[in-house]
Ligand binder design. Structure first.
Ligand code: 13P
Length: 251
């Protein structure tokens, strides 16, 4: 399978308001530079998906959600289903982000059910995994990543319907990043495991790196083998930074 086209996705987390349409507009203005070379996605809070999907129609920028419920509908106050995200114009849903695993105690089984729901609704599931600082210091990174991968990925994952995001918890929002050699170790391990479980499709599933990606370090991270893009938090809130990161993945 040919090397997958990079994906740079911005996870806005719980940030943004109607006024953020202006920042999205700046992203749209710059998106032409990377069109055809890098896929761009913005994952705003759920309140903005409908408007952002309308604003990005016929553009190279796609819209994703940040989470979904496993069920398609029902008595789940405050939750949003994958079908609702698709209805609002999203094409993907992040599932299993470390903030949801930590603050909402989501387990691998729950993350897998959410990923399955995303596929059921025709969305791409962006499945997040990654070790804590304690786990890294105890040399358990690959064990943790293996368990999360096995437990969180749905059967039937393909290069088209699943993206894996490796986000070391200790690198999120801290300005710290693993060394390129450490990223290469983990991404290479993930690739082998995907290929074992999903065959040729596993060779094509994109593996994003996430955690303190900035324009200044994007090129170095993109150069690492088996890094197929980035999941960007803080830096995705500023159009210039987000586009600067995408530019590193363009050449
Ligand atoms: P930062 O880029 O702010 O470190 O966040 C990464 C992240 O959690 C993306 O999902």
């Amino acid at each position: 399978m040919p090397k997958p086209r990079p994906l740079v996705a911005g996870n806005w987390k719980m940030n943004g308001s109607k006024a953020s349409a202006a920042e999205l507009g700046k992203i749209l203005q710059g998106a032409g530079e990377t069109a055809g070379k890098v896929d761009l996605m913005v994952c705003p809070p759920a309140t903005l998906i409908l408007a952002f999907a309308a604003a990005t129609r016929d553009s190279p920028v796609q819209i994703g959600g940040q989470d979904c419920h496993a069920e398609p509908a029902g008595a789940f106050t405050g939750d949003i289903s994958a079908e609702m995200l698709a209805d609002a114009g999203a094409v993907a849903a992040i599932v299993g982000h470390s903030e949801r695993r930590t603050y909402h105690k989501e387990t691998d089984a729950e993350v897998r059910a959410k990923a399955r729901a995303a596929l059921r609704a025709g969305l791409t599931a962006i499945v997040c995994i990654g070790e804590t600082r304690e786990e890294r210091e105890a040399h358990k990174t690959l064990d943790v990543v293996a368990l999360q991968l096995d437990g969180s990925l749905p059967d039937g994952a393909t290069a088209a319907n699943v993206v894996v995001a490796y986000e070391p918890v200790w690198a999120i929002g801290t300005g710290l990043t693993p060394t390129p050699a450490d990223v290469a170790d983990v991404h290479g391990f993930i690739r082998r495991r995907l290929a074992e479980r999903f065959g040729a499709e596993g060779e094509g599933i994109r593996i994003l790196y996430g955690g303190s990606v900035k324009p200044a370090n994007a090129k170095e991270l993109m150069a690492v083998a088996e890094v197929n893009g980035a999941l960007v938090g803080g830096a995705s809130l500023k159009a210039d930074d987000f586009l600067g990161i995408a530019a590193a993945y363009r050449d």
